[in-house]
Design a protein around this ligand. Structure first.
Ligand code: ATP
Ligand code: MG
Length: 570
């Protein structure tokens, strides 16, 4: 490729709309342009990177026994009604009507379509296991599209679905994909850490997310430096507290006037107590019925855990009217003593001795509230969001936390889709059985941005060789100079015929402009052809990542370039 013909409109200024480095560089290096909120067009350099990532994915998945297919983006509502997700999915789904007023959606994911496909064609255990994948655009009307292609509304996903005869087969598929993901991200030059995850809208029993750590990440992860346990806080388990060895004697329950004090913060300030002494009481509506949830004032309720524990479909905080009805008090004065609705207590309140809670009476709280003496929870559960400082559920050491962005996720689905959609096969005994399934996604466009987050400096992107749009750029200081031009052309042709991805900067620009563009776009190697070294039959070779420079003979250029690419590609 010649830079004079390349459609890569680079920008000197940082675009105001881009907060994150990856977003800024994707726009500045001319990899993509925004077409609408959360919708992007990719330009040639962006497409080349995407293709390289996809090639790695295809190689690894094909190795793992998977086959590539292509499913429709436009999906009929009926299939989603069969699985029960047409209503469940909510406003994130792009829905449309055809000219006959039939309902469709733009695929946010493809479990329904593939289950319907496989159930018509796959009849026997002999055809299993089956691992099918595609790489395609997905559509999700995200509430807050941001960070460029990290959270967009149209994005590229690799999604794979596994079909097995039984649980152990499905576990083997899960493990094969987990291992393939580990290799894929490593080959893309990405440090991605697997963490235990919640299964969210996809459902199922077991899941891992592959997380790229970084402060801009929207996910919070806790991990144990001691044993390696790592989990998204949506999922992370918390352990019951050990009771204090010498806990204070139980004091007499007292009502205290607290006019206008409705938050934990105000209460702790006013009473000069620690937040951990407050028994926070929240009223929720679970499938239409009010319930109370108790948690100590220094913790937050994890609503995903709560929903799972209550085994309900709909969960929301109660409105002021419901709170007034069930507690006889306005918002801010709820407490467990005397409540008649079911009470679900987090482990954290079991060790609160002589705590403070609302009195279920306007402008009053109770002091010296004690579990079992003054109130009895219906159930004591793990309901809080894990945080740094908690004890590890595996080994008891102290957890730390980090922020992260999910680049891939693997799910063990079991029969969550095959059962309701009646996708069955005949086993060895001729019995009908539902397929045991798994599904596995990688955000291809998000991965591209995540690579930039991990590989850049103040001058631009530093692509790992494996995914760089071109491996080498040849830059003559002056393309007009006859000798420089002919050497540069010669090197470019030599490299290209050796199968090396090269680009020639044949533009009539000042060297500073060419160097700036090369650094911004981030080609791993730059070969500079200039008068200084030409006299000795040499050119200068510069590594983008370390900025090291080497003088190499023109006669050895293809060998030298291969050697350097291998070295930095490891
Ligand atoms: P998130 O929690 O970030 O919204 P998700 O868990 O909903 O993601 P999955 O359904 O697991 O996403 O999709 C598989 C992969 O697709 C994710 O690991 C992520 O890399 C990518 N992905 C999901 N949503 C988006 C999006 N809005 N923009 C870009 N990539 C996305
Ligand atoms: Mg996910």
């Amino acid at each position: 490729m010649r830079a004079s013909q390349l459609y890569a409109p680079t920008l000197r200024e940082v675009p105001a709309e881009a907060e994150l480095v990856s977003h800024q560089y994707m726009l500045r290096a001319g990899l993509m342009r925004k077409s609408a909120s959360g919708v992007y067009s990719y330009l040639p350099l962006g497409v080349r990177v995407l293709h390289k990532i996809m090639a790695i994915i295809r190689e690894e998945l094909d190795q793992a026994g998977a086959q590539e297919i292509m499913l429709p983006i436009v999906q009929p509502a009926e299939l989603w009604q069969e699985s029960g997700r047409w209503n469940e999915y909510g406003p994130e789904m792009f829905r449309l009507l055809d000219r006959h007023q039939r309902q469709f959606c733009l695929g946010p994911t493809h479990e329904e379509i593939i289950t319907a496909l496989v159930r018509t064609d796959v009849r026997s255990y002999k055809q299993l296991p089956l691992r099918l994948y595609q790489i395609q655009n997905k559509y999700r009307d995200e509430i807050r599209p941001r960070f460029g292609v990290i959270r967009s509304r149209e994005f590229i996903m690799k999604d794979l679905y596994s079909f097995d005869r039984d649980e152990s087969g499905a576990q083997a598929s899960y493990q094969a994909m987990y291992d393939a993901y580990t290799r894929i991200f490593a080959r893309c030059g990405l440090k991605a850490h697997p963490v235990e995850a919640d299964t969210g809208a996809i459902g199922g029993d077991q899941s891992h997310e592959f997380m790229v750590l970084g402060d801009a990440g929207e996910d919070l992860i806790v991990f144990c430096p001691h044993c390696g346990y790592a989990a998204n806080v949506e999922r992370a388990e918390c352990v019951p507290y050990d009771p204090d060895e010498e806990s204070a004697a139980l004091a007499k329950l007292e009502k205290i006037a607290t006019p206008g004090i409705t938050t934990v913060e105000e209460l702790t300030k006013r009473l000069q107590i620690e937040p951990g002494q407050v028994i926070k009481t929240m009223i929720y509506i679970a499938d239409g019925k009010p319930v109370a949830v108790l948690i100590s004032g220094n913790h937050d309720v994890n609503e995903i855990k709560l929903k799972r524990a209550l085994n309900c479909d709909q969960l929301e905080l109660a409105d002021a009217q419901t709170i007034a009805t069930v507690t006889n008090a306005p918002v801010g004065f709820a407490g467990p003593v005397g409540l008649t609705i079911p009470i679900f207590a987090d482990y954290s309140v079991t060790t609160v001795v002589n705590g403070v809670s609302g009195a279920n009476k306007k402008d009053y709280h109770l002091r010296n509230v004690n579990i079992n003496r003054d109130y009895t929870p219906t159930q004591i559960l793990d309901l809080r969001e894990a945080r740094a400082g908690e004890r590890c559920v595996r080994c008891g050491q102290i957890l730390e936390e980090a922020r992260g962005t999910e680049v891939g996720q693997v799910f063990y689905l079991g029969t969550k889709y095959s059962q309701p959609m009646k996708a069955v096969f005949l086993d060895q005994e001729g019995q009908e059985r539902p397929f045991v399934m798994g599904c596995y996604g990688i955000g291809v466009s998000r991965t591209m941005a995540a690579i930039i987050e991990q590989h850049h400096d103040e001058d631009g992107i530093r692509w790992p060789v494996s995914v760089a749009p071109y491996s080498v750029i040849v830059v003559p200081i002056s393309y007009k100079d006859e000798e420089q031009r002919s050497v540069a052309e010669h090197i470019y042709k030599t490299l290209t015929s050796a199968g090396i991805d090269a680009i020639l900067d044949d533009r009539d620009e000042r060297p500073g402009v060419k160097f700036k563009d090369a650094d911004l776009i981030g080609y791993p190697l730059r070969i500079t052809v200039g008068p200084k070294h030409l006299v000795d039959g040499n050119v200068e070779l510069r590594l983008r990542s370390s900025k090291e420079q080497f003088v190499v003979p023109i006669a050895e250029i293809d060998n030298q370039v291969s050697t350097f690419l291998n070295r930095i590609g490891e």
